[in-house]
Design a protein around this ligand. Structure first.
Ligand code: NOJ
Length: 395
């Protein structure tokens, strides 16, 4: 079997894996998602319940990340826990996240802290979620308090995770809370997201510590089909370009990508005859190269791939996917694009929002009855690449 030349990555590259509070902690009862999961008309397959119990088991999770050979861990701080009522901040919740950060440092892992990952405290939802007139300033105040409590330990901060997906799924397609549908509402929430991001970034910058700050954007490789050019131009402005132009004063942009998307005159068109992942997405790891190049060109700031991964029951296919994604990422680095890191979504098989626990994105399996973690072979392979900073692609 012939192999291709080895690809070497920068020595200070962040090699990580990513999670989010609501998807792994369990018992996030004060959030809008928890309420939505328990509504009679919910679209969720199941409640998040105890999730992976990472609220209690984060040390075990971090032991795995360290043992694999990774050097960074991305997780999120839960607003619903930190500010359970307007202006009422929980010292105990902030102390908890401080312990998570310290546990990262003890293991030589850079803590990459996301402040907002999809969920809201119920009091924000009651006030109108991302349509509440004060939501940007509330997020700014929350960021200020998180910065005060944790800033001296943060390695990198992500203000808002995939604001474009929150806007699309929550205000255009009606799938995520608050289950609204309307193009104008979608566009106006995108504007609010950018305003909130600026408030959060400025609050973090003014506080203790000195760490790069950015937002993370869901990106895809769009293609227009059947005359869908006009529709695509309008959509891509809302989903990507408006954000990419807005982050030019940030320290980095987090690129999150999974697959490619065809757009026809009436919207998304399924691609025929291609391999699909368990999410129903085309298997397309090369999306990393496409989105990184696009983000670099428009935003012109350093790039971190803050999420990339595949939902599959076949771990061998996950390994293939990661390898092809990294090969495509390496081409951008070889071309001189300033890429600082790559994070696999996800460390754990976890709560995939409306799809519940049916999806397997983890490089580590979690037994939901016992919470036992089992490292998958793809994780060991990925960790080995990370440890060496060297990828030897199979022929
Ligand atoms: C995007 C989101 O940030 C994350 O919460 C989700 O689980 C993954 N991608 C996979 O869909």
């Amino acid at each position: 079997m012939s192999t291709q030349p080895s690809l070497s990555f920068p020595s200070d590259f962040y090699w990580g894996t990513a999670t989010a509070a609501h998807q792994i902690e369990g018992g996030n009862t004060n959030s809008d998602w928890w309420r939505y999961e328990h509504q009679a008309d919910t679209l969720c397959q199941t409640s998040s319940g105890d999730a992976c119990d990472s609220w209690h088991r984060y040390e075990d999770d971090l032991d795995i990340v360290q043992s694999l050979g990774l050097n960074a861990y991305r997780f999120s701080v839960e607003w619903a826990r930190v500010e359970p009522a307007p202006g009422e901040f929980s010292r105990a919740a902030l102390d908890h996240y401080r312990r998570v950060i310290e546990a990262c440092h003890r293991r030589g892992l850079v803590p990459v802290v996301t402040l907002h990952h999809f969920t809201l405290p119920q009091w924000v939802a009651d006030a109108g979620s991302f349509e509440a007139p004060d939501v940007a300033s509330w997020l700014g105040r929350y960021a200020e308090r998180v910065g005060e409590a944790l800033g001296d330990g943060i390695g990198l901060a992500c203000t808002i995770n995939e604001p474009n997906i929150v806007a699309m799924m929550g205000y255009l397609y009606g799938v995520f809370p608050p289950n609204a549908r309307g193009w104008d509402r979608f566009c106006s929430v995108n504007d609010t997201m950018r305003a909130a991001h600026r408030e959060m970034r400025d609050a973090l910058r003014a506080g203790p510590g000195s760490f790069p700050i950015g937002l993370t954007l869901s990106m895809t490789e769009y293609h227009a089909v059947n005359g869908g050019e006009e529709r695509l131009a309008t959509l891509i402005e809302q989903m990507e370009d408006g954000y990419l132009r807005a982050v030019r004063d940030d320290d980095f942009i987090g690129v999150q990508c999974y697959s490619k998307t065809q757009i026809g005159p009436k919207g998304r068109v399924d691609e025929e005859g291609v391999e699909l992942t368990d999410m129903g997405y085309p298997y397309w790891p090369q999306v990393v190269e496409h989105t990184v190049r696009r983000a670099a060109e428009i935003a012109n700031v350093p790039i971190i791939v803050t999420e990339n991964g595949i939902s599959t029951q076949h771990d061998e296919r996950r390994r293939d996917y990661i390898e092809e994604a990294l090969v495509s990422l390496h081409r951008t680095i070889a071309d001189g694009i300033d890429v600082r890191g790559y994070f696999q979504w996800s460390l754990l098989d976890n709560f995939e929002w409306v799809l519940g626990y049916s999806q397997r994105f983890g490089i580590v399996d979690v037994d939901l009855a016992t919470f036992e973690r089992t490292v998958k072979p793809s994780a060991r392979w990925y960790g080995d690449v990370a440890r060496k900073g060297l990828l030897t692609p199979r022929a």
